[in-house]
Design a protein around this ligand. Structure first.
Ligand code: HEC
Length: 164
């Protein structure tokens, strides 16, 4: 191969790479004026009421919209596949041990709270970033958040409580 052919090849590869990088990213149906919806699942703050924490645990999750994206044992209809299944009793300790974890949490309980309040701090490997809503701090009372953390830190991969 001549030097010219080689450089032509290199240029082609770079151009293809650039095309790939700047390919049009799939956008969810966006209505102008509506809150910006990120990721594939449209869930905007105005679809979520204030959750006080006085609701039954299933209503806390359901009103907040978590089941749209997460599988949660014991919560009817919580079979979302956008985010990881919420089995923090199993996955929580793994996250805290993950070398790329850079949050502040020392316990699984703290990790759950942190994940809901500041989802961008640690993105679970294999799942899309910028997808978990960032506005839950404005929608969940401290009590609701506490109950969520207490519930989720108990959920395990297997032998978890049955769905009722
Ligand atoms: C629009 C989709 C969506 C909604 C709604 C959503 N999440 Fe998530 N969540 C994700 C995605 C995607 C991830 C993984 C990426 C990341 O870490 O940000 C995630 C990660 C998490 C994690 C970390 C899980 C782990 O295995 O480390 C927790 C905890 C969590 N979400 C809790 C909740 C709770 C509680 C709610 C409701 C109050 C909720 N999420 C609502 C998409 C969502």
């Amino acid at each position: 191969m001549s030097e010219r052919t080689v450089s032509a090849l290199i240029v082609t590869v770079i151009a293809l790479g650039a095309l790939w990088t700047f390919r049009p990213v799939e956008q969810p149906v966006s209505q102008p004026g509506a809150d910006r919806v990120r990721g594939a699942v449209p869930l905007s703050p105005d679809m979520v009421p204030l959750v006080t924490g006085d609701e039954p645990i299933s209503a806390i999750f359901t009103r907040a919209g978590c089941p749209v994206c997460h599988r949660i044992p014991g919560i009817a209809g919580a079979d979302g596949r956008v985010g990881p299944p919420l089995l923090l009793g199993t996955s929580g300790p793994e996250r805290l041990r993950d070398p790329s974890y850079r949050g502040q949490a020392k316990t699984v309980h703290e990790y759950v709270v942190e994940s809901v309040m500041e989802p961008g701090l640690f993105v679970v490997p294999g799942y899309p970033p910028n997808t978990m809503p960032t506005w839950y701090g404005a929608k969940l009372s401290a009590l609701a958040l506490e109950k969520i953390a207490v519930y989720l830190e108990e959920q395990r991969e297997q032998g978890s409580r049955s769905s009722r």
